[in-house]
Design a protein around this ligand. Structure first.
Ligand SMILES: Nc1ncnc2c1ncn2[C@@H]1O[C@H](COP(=O)(O)OP(=O)(O)OP(=O)(O)O)[C@@H](O)[C@H]1O
Ligand SMILES: O=C(O)[C@H](O)[C@@H](O)[C@H](O)[C@H](O)CO
Length: 164
């Protein structure tokens, strides 16, 4: 979990590969209207995200063990996923705004998400610090170290699946 550009896809895929688990790319399950909204430079609102979160929650419930990439920016969004799958764990990829902007701008031409929306991601973000079943991983660390830290969460909570 985390804002655009924090590394959800990169870390999630690498973690799933290491574990031999399936990987679900949360961005592929946004409604077409939500994709269009982001492409038009408008941030998603709660109403755009509830149905998407419920769909992802159902996938967590039925396809576990699995690694899912999902922004899950607000506590209420994470609670929605926890309600669907109580054993879910979260890998919070902690990134600062300059690095997120740099990463999102670098890939803007090939991606649904414009750099102009990065500010809104940080405005929406409620960091999960202090919530149970969360590991915070700096987004600037090398990938293999990030995977190692995510695995440590699973070692501490063996029944936990991971939402990167
Ligand atoms: N640990 C890392 N070190 C250096 N670069 C990274 C790291 N993780 C990801 N990146 C780079 O940052 C960019 C964004 O990564 P990625 O697409 O995985 O993030 P994301 O959170 O899934 O983004 P989004 O949700 O906006 O699609 C990519 O160009 C990726 O190669
Ligand atoms: O909740 C959201 O606002 C979205 O899920 C975004 O975070 C993006 O889809 C993603 O990060 C960009 O690729």
């Amino acid at each position: 979990m985390g804002v655009a550009g924090c590394g959800k896809t990169s870390v999630g895929e690498a973690l799933a590969r290491t574990l031999g688990w399936a990987f679900i790319e949360g961005d592929l399950h946004h409604a077409p209207a939500s994709i269009a909204k982001m492409q038009a430079g408008q941030p998603l609102a709660d109403e755009d995200r509830w149905g998407w979160l419920d769909q992802l929650g159902q996938m967590l419930r039925t396809q576990a063990p699995v690694v899912l990439s999902c922004s899950a920016l607000k506590r209420a969004y994470r609670e929605r996923l926890r309600a669907a799958r109580p054993a879910v764990g979260f890998v919070y990829l902690d990134i600062d705004k300059p690095l997120a902007l740099q990463r999102v701008a670098a890939r803007a031409a090939a991606h649904i998400f414009p750099a102009s929306l990065v500010d809104s991601q940080f405005a929406t973000l409620e960091p999960p610090t202090g919530e149970p079943g969360v590991v915070t991983v700096p987004a600037a660390l090398p990938l293999d170290e990030q995977v190692g830290r995510a695995l440590a969460l699973l070692a501490a909570h063996p029944s936990q699946e991971t939402d990167a």
